[in-house]
Design a protein around this ligand. Structure first.
Ligand SMILES: C[S@@+](CC[C@H](N)C(=O)[O-])C[C@H]1O[C@@H](n2cnc3c(N)ncnc32)[C@H](O)[C@@H]1O
Length: 192
């Protein structure tokens, strides 16, 4: 455990560098595996091209008009925009991402989608969410928790910002069993 603590900053830097270095998302072909035609029609082409997730958390979040949503690791904003359509202008969506350039993409795509009035993107880390306690109804996240070297801390932060009775809808990758050391210690594997 102490050894893990020593490498947390290195892992965070590797993940941040990896996502700062990419020039596009997984693209429409991958997005079509995760989202229906109807869902893809709700978001601008740029947000589809920048999709980097592994699932479809909005589909299972049962979002209601007026709810306040936090999208942890929002990337180019595809799920934030889908969430914004469901909660409407009586609600709100905050996309949180460690990279300012991802937040800028999210803002651009939300403006193109016409949901920018109630959707904002903030730079910040899931391990230290810059929001008050009990301020969010639903946390969504897509392909992000696996990137954290401090998953317990990130989950505690999600719990802290949720209102009593709040919900989480998260799509992510998990490992069953032990990874071989050459993968567990490979920084590019953490980011990938
Ligand atoms: C695999 S992408 C997923 C993006 C988006 N959820 C989607 O479905 O397209 C991971 C995102 O998490 C962000 N990220 C990585 N580490 C983070 C952290 N510690 N806190 C907040 N965001 C982080 C990356 O910058 C990147 O935009």
């Amino acid at each position: 455990m102490a050894k893990d603590l020593m490498f947390q900053n290195e892992i965070k830097e590797a993940v941040r560098d990896a996502y700062a270095g990419i020039s596009t998302g997984a693209g429409e072909t991958v997005a079509r595996w995760l989202y229906s035609d109807e869902e893809l029609a709700e978001v601008p082409a740029g947000a589809v091209a920048w999709a980097l997730g592994v699932g479809n958390p909005v589909r299972y979040a049962l979002l209601q008009p007026g709810e306040d949503v936090l999208d942890v690791g929002s990337g180019g904003g595809i799920d934030s925009i889908l969430a914004a359509r469901r909660v409407g202008p009586q609600g709100s969506v905050i996309g949180l991402d460690i990279l300012e350039e991802m937040c800028e993409r999210g803002r651009r795509h939300a403006t193109e989608a016409g949901v920018n009035g109630w959707t904002q993107f903030r730079r910040g880390e899931m391990e230290d969410i810059p929001l008050p306690d009990g301020s969010i109804d639903v946390v969504i996240s897509n392909g992000v928790m696996n990137l954290s070297a401090r998953k317990s801390r990130a989950l505690a932060e999600i719990y802290r910002v949720l209102r009593p009775g709040g919900r989480v809808s998260m799509a992510d990758l998990t490992v069953e069993g032990e990874l071989p050391p050459e993968i567990a210690n490979d920084q590019s594997a953490w980011a990938g």
